[in-house]
Design a protein around this ligand. Structure first.
Ligand SMILES: *[C@@H]1O[C@H](CO)[C@@H](O)[C@H](O)[C@H]1NC(C)=O
Ligand SMILES: *[C@@H]1O[C@H](CO)[C@@H](O)[C@H](O)[C@H]1NC(C)=O
Ligand SMILES: *[C@@H]1O[C@H](CO)[C@@H](O)[C@H](O)[C@H]1NC(C)=O
Ligand SMILES: *[C@@H]1O[C@H](CO)[C@@H](O)[C@H](O)[C@H]1NC(C)=O
Ligand SMILES: *[C@@H]1O[C@H](CO)[C@@H](O)[C@H](O)[C@H]1NC(C)=O
Ligand SMILES: *[C@@H]1O[C@H](CO)[C@@H](O)[C@H](O)[C@H]1NC(C)=O
Ligand SMILES: *[C@@H]1O[C@H](CO)[C@@H](O)[C@H](O)[C@H]1NC(C)=O
Ligand SMILES: *[C@@H]1O[C@H](CO)[C@@H](O)[C@H](O)[C@H]1NC(C)=O
Ligand SMILES: *[C@@H]1O[C@H](CO)[C@@H](O)[C@H](O)[C@H]1NC(C)=O
Length: 589
């Protein structure tokens, strides 16, 4: 009976294939969720294109075909309805891991000729493994933690592109085909399978090449370490020299920004630093001027200083230049920003306004900015930024920005989202700083070059930041997190590369691993999540502002990539446990 059904489907599939395109892909996906509804809601709206905003769906460059489906842990209960997913014939990646899918492996998947990545681990599949011969390009297959029975098919050992495979924790029996013995034992554990013993020939002998590679690697590693040590030495010397903090007053007088401007406190004796409610700071301008200060950086709107006060308080003071509004408007904005309290928004503690000087006082974040994390300290000293942390930074920043967009009657714009304005809070989540300033600064003050990589195309013309342009900039930050590259960078050949354009050009061809930061390669099992995040980032940097997702939607999308939250972000977990719990993130199924 099943066989007949299968045959019928296969025939009808062949007919379908002729007219396959994005529209039929879309219908196939809608049919799929109609027949097998997930318990987590999907934003698959029949009136929108699957390529622009559908959760877990990725299209090729010209948006003509769906090429990847990632729906891990969405709560699918039941069997995969025949003649649904199998109609998406351009599919290269399919992930339905960690659901409750049961029944036999869908026979019509043999239609997915381009399938390269298949993740179905942690489901309840039963019956024999499929015939793999249909998928000539299959390179990663994970069927672990199911209830597959029978033997390991020879067709699996025949796949020339297969680089990674896992069949562990099933009910398989028999022998492991010879050429599959190149995979680690852990790929087969939890089955009743044995090694094929009959062949005397070692299946893999690339030891000669191997040792050559090893020697080469050792040489490269040794020279890298040498170089890194040198860089570290220079860096140490340099930072020693910097530490002897000048007083803040002297820093201002030396005028890192504008030599002619000196804080004229005699003139403005009446002006006090205004602190917001609930702020525990109790220093005045005098204290601040005496504090030892260190330049943290020159931002878009002025320089930022780290000021260590005599009572051991450390704050960040931002000195604004070219404020384009009067005192009243300035104070009004400060009120809005100062009263915005959210764990993912850097709190404005206070401000100072006089004719000549506009200062803003923030908490100091010991860990530095995302930009420093990603682009600073290359070399031996470098602490790699792992995937979990990157996800938490993205999620935190998204939440912070979503909160900002809800303020002031849903009209508040950040205006200057960039990795140097995102910090890590105590829980290692992203935290957004510098909000709202774009609206009060005179736009001529912002050098185009500085904002270039983050600026949405429409802003270049209008010079007016909006919520959708914030979303664009946020998308660029996501791309930075994924690629490890700066938004604008120069190649060896002095060619200026815009990150967004570069990613587009790479991705247009194929969703290729080349996009991703090399530093991420060491972490197992994150490929799907990275691709999902890439898809989210790409949806933020689309050309038309009204096609970009809203921040609240983005928060949901990022949350759906991985449910880190429930476990990690609970208030009951103390910060000491933080590191431990964030490295071992359990899969919530
Ligand atoms: C689907 O999209 C249309 C137009 O884009 C919109 O009017 C409608 O509210 C959306 N429906 C859902 C359920 O999101
Ligand atoms: C399979 O991939 C190849 C090359 O990437 C492409 O030309 C072809 O159209 C794809 N097949 C389908 C059915 O999408
Ligand atoms: C398999 O992948 C190669 C490149 O990796 C591509 O050229 C070819 O078209 C693919 N074949 C199929 C059947 O998808
Ligand atoms: C899936 O398998 C698990 C573990 O054996 C079992 O507890 C669960 O009831 C099964 N669920 C379905 C929907 O078959
Ligand atoms: C393995 O591949 C060879 C040649 O490509 C083919 O003749 C043979 O039938 C395949 N075996 C299986 C079990 O798919
Ligand atoms: C397959 O899934 C298991 C369980 O999540 C994981 O440990 C393993 O690394 C995966 N293997 C591959 C090849 O993806
Ligand atoms: C294999 O499955 C059993 C039962 O579901 C589970 O307890 C065990 O942790 C799994 N092993 C691995 C390596 O995932
Ligand atoms: C296979 O999956 C199991 C979990 O079921 C994991 O412990 C093991 O490390 C994986 N092996 C490989 C080679 O991916
Ligand atoms: C494992 O397989 C062997 C034969 O290959 C069989 O004799 C044995 O009973 C099996 N063990 C289990 C626990 O199924």
């Amino acid at each position: 009976m099943e066989l007949i059904l299968c045959f019928v489907y296969l025939v009808s599939l062949m007919l379908f294939q002729a007219q396959a395109n994005a529209i039929s892909d879309k219908q196939a996906l809608l049919d799929f969720v109609e027949k097998l509804a997930p318990s987590r809601s999907l934003n698959w709206n029949a009136s929108s294109s699957p390529c622009t905003s559908w959760t877990g769906v990725t299209c090729n460059g010209d948006k003509s075909r769906v090429i990847a489906i990632h729906l891990p842990a969405f709560g699918f209960h039941g069997t995969i309805p025949p003649n649904t997913i199998s109609r998406v014939t351009g599919l290269r990646t399919l992930s339905l891991r960690s659901n409750f899918i049961n029944g036999h492996f869908p026979c019509d998947f043999s239609n997915l000729k381009n399938l390269s990545f298949l993740y179905l681990q942690f489901n309840n599949f039963t019956g024999p493994l499929p015939d793999f011969s249909a998928w000539r390009n299959l390179s990663v297959v994970n069927l672990s933690n199911n209830f597959f029975t029978g033997t390991i098919p020879l067709s699996l050992s025949n796949l020339t592109q297969l680089t990674s495979m896992n069949l562990s924790n099933n009910s398989l029996s028999g022998e492991i085909p010879l050429s599959l013995q190149r995979f680690p034992k852990s790929a087969f554990v939890g089955n009743n399978v044995s090694l094929q013993t009959s062949s005397p020939v070692a299946p893999f002998s690339k030891s000669a090449k191997h040792s050559e590679t090893t020697v080469f690697c050792v040489i490269v590693a040794a020279s890298l370490i040498g170089l890194a040590a040198f860089v570290a030495f220079i860096f140490l010397c340099w930072s020693r020299k910097k530490k002897n903090g000048d007083s803040f007053a002297r820093k201002l007088q030396k005028g890192d920004m504008s030599p002619e401007k000196v804080v004229s406190r005699d003139l403005d004796a009446n002006n006090k630093i205004v602190f917001f409610e609930g702020c525990s700071y109790a220093f005045d301008l005098e204290d601040l001027l005496r504090a030892s200060a260190e330049v943290l950086g020159k931002g878009t709107f002025g320089a930022a200083y780290k000021a260590a006060l005599e009572d051991a308080t450390t704050v960040v003071v931002k000195r604004l230049k070219e404020v384009a509004v009067g005192k009243k408007d300035f104070e009004q904005l400060m009120e809005v920003v100062g009263n915005l309290k959210h764990e993912n928004v850097v709190e404005l503690k206070g401000y100072y306004y006089s004719k000549d000087e506009k200062l803003m006082v923030y908490d100091y974040y010991t860990q530095g900015s995302l930009s420093a994390f990603l682009h600073g300290k290359r070399g031996e000293d470098r602490v790699p930024l792992d995937w979990d942390t990157r996800m938490k930074i993205a999620l935190g920043a998204a939440r912070g920005l979503a909160c900002i967009h809800c303020e002031n009657g849903g009209k508040l714009v950040h205006g200057n989202i960039r990795s140097s304005n995102i910090f890590l809070n105590s829980k290692q989540y992203g935290c957004v700083s510098d909000l709202g300033l774009a609206t009060i600064m005179s736009s001529v003050a912002i050098p185009i070059s500085r904002a270039a990589g983050y600026r949405a195309p429409e802003v270049t013309d209008t010079r007016k930041a909006t919520q959708p342009s914030d979303v664009y900039s946020f998308g660029v930050v996501l791309l930075e997190l994924l690629t490890g590259k700066s938004p604008v960078y120069t190649t060896g050949a002095d060619e200026i590369v815009h990150l967004v354009r570069w990613v587009h050009s790479v991705v247009r061809e194929e969703w290729t691993a080349e996009v991703f930061d090399l530093e991420l390669i060491r972490y197992p099992n994150i490929e799907e999540e990275m691709v999902e995040m890439l898809q989210i980032a790409m949806s933020c940097v689309v050309r038309l502002p009204d096609q970009r997702p809203k921040m609240l939607e983005l928060v949901k999308m990022i949350e759906s990539v991985r449910q880190i939250e429930i476990v990690v972000n609970q208030p009951s977990i103390s910060s000491e446990n933080q590191v431990e719990s964030s490295t071992q993130i359990p899969l919530t199924t």
